[in-house]
Design a protein around this ligand. Structure first.
Ligand code: C5P
Length: 225
């Protein structure tokens, strides 16, 4: 039986894509599978943490013992996070692939094809940055984000960590087709203020165990310093 060293801790994790309505039958979304966030939730729960998993629409079973809060839009995901962290959480991990934009106005009826035009223009506005908002509000002792990049991976990840006010950022190269989006395995580089660490490529479930370990070490160093 695994050591229950996270007993008494509350971890909040986002996972999956968000789904932004265009009208009652259409939406904007992305191909995030949710696998990494679900694996992290299972790994933290296995070590005794109480875990709230705030999940966009995915095709995955709920990890046993984890409280899953299903959401669709980024606005709903942010509201569910704030609600889960009315008292400060120990760890927040933003593993969700949040849509950058949403409709300025969601049509309340199904949009009709215009007979006189071959073009359609949708006006989009920026979604809230969930993790940056939560970091600014100091909703968790340790804030962990992901950075999926196609080039200058480490450089962009480092600046993203600072810009969003995160303790740890987990960078992966999504230009590689063998890892990341929709794959079962992943290779990442973990970056904190003091450390840069690249564990071997591994199954997301194994990697999640190692990432939870790294985050826990970071958190226990906070307590001892
Ligand atoms: O999309 P981006 O590269 O900025 O994502 C970096 C981190 O920020 C990820 O952890 C992602 O979950 C989070 N994020 C968020 N809200 C957004 C965009 C990204 O929480 N609107």
């Amino acid at each position: 039986r695994q050591e229950q060293d996270l007993l008494g801790q509350h971890w909040v994790i986002t996972a999956g894509p968000t789904m932004e309505a265009i009208d009652p039958v259409r939406y904007i979304s992305n191909h995030s599978s949710g696998k990494m966030g679900y694996a992290l939730a299972a790994a933290a729960n296995a070590r005794g943490a109480s875990v709230t998993l705030i999940s966009g629409p995915v095709q995955l079973p709920s990890p046993q013992g984890v409280q899953v809060v299903p959401v669709k839009s980024a606005d709903a995901m942010l509201a569910a996070c704030v609600n889960a962290m009315t008292s400060q959480a120990d760890v927040f991990i933003g593993a969700a692939a949040v849509a950058d934009f949403k409709m300025k106005t969601v049509c309340d009826q199904k949009m009709k094809k215009q007979a006189d035009s071959d073009e359609l223009t949708l006006t989009l506005v920026k979604n809230p940055d969930i993790i940056a908002t939560l970091a600014q509000q100091n909703r968790a002792k340790t804030m962990v984000g992901f950075a999926a990049e196609t080039h200058n991976v480490l450089e962009y990840a480092k600046s993203k960590r600072e810009r969003k006010g995160l303790d740890i950022i987990i960078a992966n190269d999504v230009s590689r087709t063998d890892i990341g989006f929709n794959q079962d395995s992943n290779q990442v580089t973990v970056i904190s203020a003091n450390d840069t660490w690249t564990p071997d490529k591994a199954a997301k479930s194994d990697l999640a165990v190692q990432l939870v370990d790294f985050i826990q070490h970071h958190l226990s160093n906070l307590h001892s310093s």
